[in-house]
Design a protein around this ligand. Structure first.
Ligand code: IPE
Ligand code: IPE
Ligand code: MG
Length: 250
């Protein structure tokens, strides 16, 4: 039996987020420059997008570039931005074919003009697709996102559009970049690192976490399905007891 056929269609996580890590180490193992790893990570992106769409994931968020990644060597940053432009051009077909809508989160205004143009073009061309949302985190930092939300909420309080007492979880949610998206159900990180690296801190409050040793350029559909199966064997209790959950399901 293939891994995919073992997946329960009734227990698919709605929102899957992926920290695509290990490109540099993958290249180093092969005696190549780090950018070679990034170039070879593109196929893994396609595999994970296709496999998520195949099983009915509604939102797939990919961490492609963090606010901290701006501190990497200039050639590496330039290569990553170049890859973003070429992949957007190449993947438009795949997105249309699979009825996938592209969206992005982060300080997009900090990306090179060419990358912004390409990004908005693909976002615009795919805006009516509704099978899955592919959400790219680009120049994204969760703390920056929270600071931005607090600033915008404060402005509303100062302008008397909002009372301090009205600030609740929903209001905060609505001021995050992810305001249109559900909470993350499942977070995958490749390459064996077990940390969050400033990714979706608010949104992963109750996410299930999954860490794999596989380096991002080696990540394939089977790895994704294996992760989903692991997710499906977990009990998400949200603070309740197992007995309560059994009752709820009766
Ligand atoms: C992930 O791979 C890609 C980005 C962060 C853009 P890395 O480039 O972080 O690879 P390692 O962690 O150095 O192996
Ligand atoms: C996180 O990976 C960012 C992305 C995958 C885009 P990093 O490789 O930058 O994270 P750290 O530095 O190991 O925490
Ligand atoms: Mg890394």
């Amino acid at each position: 039996m293939t891994l995919k056929t073992q997946i329960d269609p009734l227990k698919i996580p709605k929102h899957v987020a992926v920290i695509m890590d290990g490109n540099g180490r993958w290249a180093k193992q092969k005696g190549m420059a780090r950018v070679f790893g990034h170039k070879n990570g593109v196929k893994a992106v396609r595999e994970v997008v296709e496999s998520a769409a195949e099983i009915g994931v509604k939102v797939l968020t990919l961490y492609a570039f963090s606010t901290e990644n701006w501190n990497r060597p200039k050639v590496e940053v330039e290569t990553l931005m170049g890859l973003l432009v070429s992949s957007l051009k190449d993947e438009l077909k795949t997105l249309q074919k699979n009825n996938i809508k592209l969206q992005c989160i982060g300080t997009i205004e900090n990306l090179p003009a060419k990358a912004q143009r390409e990004l908005f073009e693909v976002i615009n061309k795919t805006k009516n697709n509704d099978h899955m949302t592919l959400n790219l985190a680009l120049s994204y930092g969760s703390r920056e996102e929270i600071v931005n939300a607090i600033q915008n909420i404060s402005k509303k309080v100062v302008n008397k559009q909002l009372l301090t007492e009205e600030i609740d979880e929903k209001i905060i949610n609505n001021h995050l970049y992810t305001f249109t998206l559900p909470d993350v159900d499942f977070l995958i990180r490749t390459s064996g690192e077990k940390r969050i690296s400033n990714f979706l801190l608010w949104q992963i409050a109750y996410a299930e976490l999954y860490f794999t040793e596989v380096l991002w350029p080696d990540f394939r559909k089977e790895h994704f399905f294996e992760a989903i199966l692991d997710y499906q064997h977990r009990e998400r209790r949200f603070g309740k007891t197992s007995e309560q959950l059994e009752k709820d399901n009766e």
